[in-house]
Design a protein. Structure first.
Length: 551
């Protein structure tokens, strides 16, 4: 992302990212903030600072710089304002603000920014739209923010890239496989290959093969528990969980949303969702999640990532306790379970050694770029598999869609099936399955067998995207929360029929066998496995929470 110039100000993205405030709007900010003067040459803030304020430029010029390279990212003249989504979340900022000239600015605290967004809808919409677009431009640059040094064939490199992408943290990536002289390249960073993946933070701090939690703590994503008692804790930040977070916080409940990896859930692994109402041109699962997170934080919800729940203590009288791995325990009056489901693994001998080295369970641009201009495979016959095949066909040499069944349209939406059938870059292999995988340090070929005839073919392939079935993320639940034989959580009358309801009153529709604990989305037995349905259940569950709290 570069500063707006005469050559790019016509780009509609920059118009959204860098709006100009009127004199009246600047005066409005002065009523909410503190007017301060900053001398030319001083840093207004530096990368790594947390709980950042927003600065409205009254006079002078502020430059936004990449801390490590010193490269100019953007320029804020009079009438501009600084900041992006990190102001709403309180995370560590990834860029540096520098006074190019003497500055007079209005410094507005994060809480005041939230107040303005909540009470002045027109201005608030411009601010939030600018914040989201700026972060999108930073991510699209693929060079600002953090730096990752690691091999494309390293599962840890992929894990870190996916984690940062899911949490909207911009980064650049130097692939070891692209270096003409690897030894010279590594010497420049004073490391050996065994110390990779190396992550260099915007502050310059270096982390060797960091865990997601270590990254989160360093970047201000992960924060300690901030309340002795919550009204509502939502476990899972997929579409259902985020919807519950938005509705819970907007309706005055002290709300915490917890997720083990980052916002988006299974939907976040989808490159494009085209049948979600209100988005006629489609929306990526991650973009939908990103907007929901900002919306939830705008209303005051806390988002805790990464945090793994290891147990829920179901108290029949209320006051449930949630134990987190390595992060203590918290108490809440109500719980919404929204941990969703995960794609099943292929039953192919030895496939585990290729996970992250050619076998992928997500299909975003992070994974797609690893297979660019190569033949790839997609396994599955649902909408997620269809969306992946179409998305991959845009940049891959060819896509093989491997389907166990005999009819693609039985489990896939018609519009997707038609698009796939009409594509000359996608071959559908019905009644087929992958039976063998080959490769040294990474996947290089697969054997595909026709189930009826037994005929097999071997294909050189750069990656296989597995999107088959779904297993609920319920293995951690206590026995007091009843599940069906497949592991999905029972709710409402299903709990009564199973003989697991012990209260005099009937359970609410989405209430589990533990009173005050609800389930929404893919984790719930008999739920409709669609994004729109998950969002609906997440919001509806908050209505039941209110009714429960009123008892």
């Amino acid at each position: 992302m570069s500063a707006p110039t005469a050559t790019n100000t016509d780009d509609p993205r920059f118009a959204v990212a860098f709006p100009t405030l009127t004199d009246e709007e600047i005066a409005g900010f002065q009523a909410h903030g503190e007017t301060v003067k900053i001398a030319a040459g001083e840093d207004v803030w530096t990368a790594g600072d947390r709980d950042m304020c927003m600065y409205v430029i009254v006079s002078g010029e502020m430059s936004i710089l990449d801390q490590q390279s010193g490269e100019l990212i953007a320029v804020h003249p009079r009438g501009a304002f600084s900041g992006d989504i990190d102001i709403m979340s309180g995370r560590a900022v990834v860029v540096t603000g520098h006074a190019t000239t003497d500055l007079e600015v209005v410094r507005v605290s994060p809480s005041c920014v939230r107040t303005i967004v909540g009470t002045m809808p027109a201005l608030g919409n411009r601010i939030l739209s600018a914040f989201l677009m700026r972060r999108s431009l930073l991510q699209d640059s693929n060079r600002f923010g953090l730096k990752i040094i690691g091999s494309r064939y390293s599962p840890d490199t992929l894990r870190i890239r996916e984690f940062l992408n899911r949490n909207r943290l911009p980064f650049g990536w130097d692939d070891l496989e692209d270096q003409a002289d690897l030894d010279v390249f590594l010497q420049a960073f004073d490391i050996c290959e065994g110390q990779t993946p190396l992550v260099i933070l915007p502050t310059g701090e270096r982390l060797e093969v960091p865990s997601n939690l270590e990254l989160a703590q360093k970047l201000g994503i992960s924060r300690p528990i901030q309340s002795e008692l919550y009204d509502l804790v939502v476990i899972g930040a997929g579409p259902a969980g985020l919807a519950a977070g938005v509705y819970g916080a907007s309706e005055g409940l002290k709300t915490l949303v917890i997720d083990a990896s980052g916002p988006g859930g299974q939907a976040g692994t989808s490159a494009r969702i085209e049948n979600y109402m209100g988005f006629p041109t489609g929306v990526s699962g991650q973009e939908l999640a990103d907007r929901a997170v900002v919306q939830a934080e705008r209303f005051g919800a806390e988002v805790m990532v990464p945090a793994t729940v290891k147990d829920v203590t179901c108290n029949q009288l209320g006051g449930h306790f949630i134990a987190l791995e390595g992060q203590g325990e918290l108490e809440t009056r109500c719980v919404i379970l929204a941990t969703g489901a995960t794609y099943r693994k292929l039953e192919v001998p030895g496939m585990e050694r290729f996970e992250g080295r050619g076998i992928y369970y997500a299909c975003t641009n992070i994974e797609r770029m690893l297979c660019k201009d190569s033949t790839v495979g997609v396994v599955g016959a649902g909408n997620s598999a269809g969306q992946a095949a179409v998305f991959l066909a845009e940049q891959s040499k060819h896509v093989l869609l491997v389907v166990r069944g005999a009819d693609l349209r039985k489990t896939m939406s018609s519009y997707l099936a038609t698009r796939i059938e009409q594509s000359d870059k996608i071959t559908v292999l019905l009644g087929s399955e992958i039976c063998q995988m080959e490769g040294d340090s990474f996947l290089s070929s697969v054997t595909i067998r026709e189930r009826e005839s037994g005929q097999a073919r071997t294909e050189e392939i750069a990656g296989v995207f597995v999107m088959i079935g779904a297993d609920p993320r319920t293995g951690w639940l206590p026995e007091t929360i009843q599940c069906d034989p497949k592991g999905f959580v029972l709710t409402g009358q299903s709990v009564v029929k199973a003989g697991k309801w012990q209260k005099d009153r009937p359970p609410f529709h989405l209430e589990t066998s533990c009173p005050g604990v609800f389930a929404a989305g893919d984790i719930r037995s008999d739920s409709v496995k669609r994004v729109a349905s998950a969002v609906g259940e997440g919001s509806m569950s908050v209505a039941f929470v209110h009714q429960y709290l009123a008892l």
